[in-house]
Design a protein around this ligand. Structure first.
Ligand code: C5P
Length: 241
């Protein structure tokens, strides 16, 4: 794939404080295309951090995993889109009506912005196993539940899902070639696993069907984050995708 296409597929997760996030953004400017802002950074800094990253030229995945009544989620999606996010996450478990409201909120913002952010659904959190599902009254196997929620998201106007690289292949088959499939748990060969257990290399995750890779610490904790980022780009360029 072309080098620019490889950069388009990598989302750098900045799970740190504002000072460090801006330092990393400054270093990665001109190299990385996407940054991910999660709850840790967003609840400390609010929508301004999204605007700052946008001003630096990045696309932003605002990963707040909306889950509330449809009215609230519609407003959340609208507000997040107006802050400048290019990609938003929402929980599939919140019902079809809530997922549809998320899409509506994004479209309302698009009336002002001209374009709406893309939307991805969380199916079953990868931190949950069969026992955790049983605790909340779900007896279906994890894979079956994840597939059900992915389909629910699709029919309600959500553009894709977040899943582990291990599930990417099945999800690609289920959702079709246009779906966004965003995978965390990506570790370049030889990288420290941290608290991730079910991991894949960047190349393996894309070959399994991921459209985007969320990669945090292998880049942000590296002695040279730009070098770490560029090594991943170099791993992806030879792929014939
Ligand atoms: O540092 P690391 O590469 O593990 O960061 C992965 C990012 O993806 C973090 O922001 C984490 O919250 C997120 N994530 C994850 N596993 C999921 C969903 C999201 O690691 N199942």
């Amino acid at each position: 794939m072309l080098e620019q296409e490889a950069r388009e597929r990598i989302i750098v997760a900045l799970d740190c404080d504002r000072t460090r996030a801006l330092e990393l953004a400054g270093k990665l400017s001109g190299h990385a295309t996407w940054l991910k802002v999660g709850m840790t950074l967003f609840y400390a800094e609010g929508p301004d951090i999204v605007r700052e990253f946008r001003k630096l030229g990045f696309k932003v995945f605002l990963d707040l995993k909306f889950h509330d009544i449809p009215h609230q989620v519609r407003g959340a999606a609208r507000s997040a889109a107006l802050a400048g996010a290019d990609l938003l996450s929402v929980h599939g478990l919140g019902s079809g009506a809530m997922l549809a409201a998320c899409r509506e909120g994004a479209e309302e913002a698009a009336e002002q912005l001209g374009a709406r952010p893309k939307l991805v659904a969380i199916t079953v959190l990868t931190s949950m196993d069969q026992e955790a599902l049983a605790q909340i009254g779900i007896d279906a196997p994890v894979a079956e539940e994840a597939a059900r929620l992915a389909s629910l998201a699709k029919v309600n106007g959500i553009d894709g899902i977040v899943c582990s690289p291990q599930e990417a292949h099945a999800m690609r088959q289920l959702l079709g070639e246009d779906a966004l499939i965003v995978t965390p748990g990506v570790r370049p060969a030889g990288a420290t696993l941290g608290d991730q257990s079910r991991v894949a290399t960047p190349a393996a995750a894309l070959e399994a069907g991921a459209s985007h890779l969320v990669i945090g610490r292998p880049i942000t904790s590296a002695d040279d984050p730009v070098e770490a980022y560029e090594a991943i780009v170099s791993e992806l360029v030879p792929l014939a995708l």
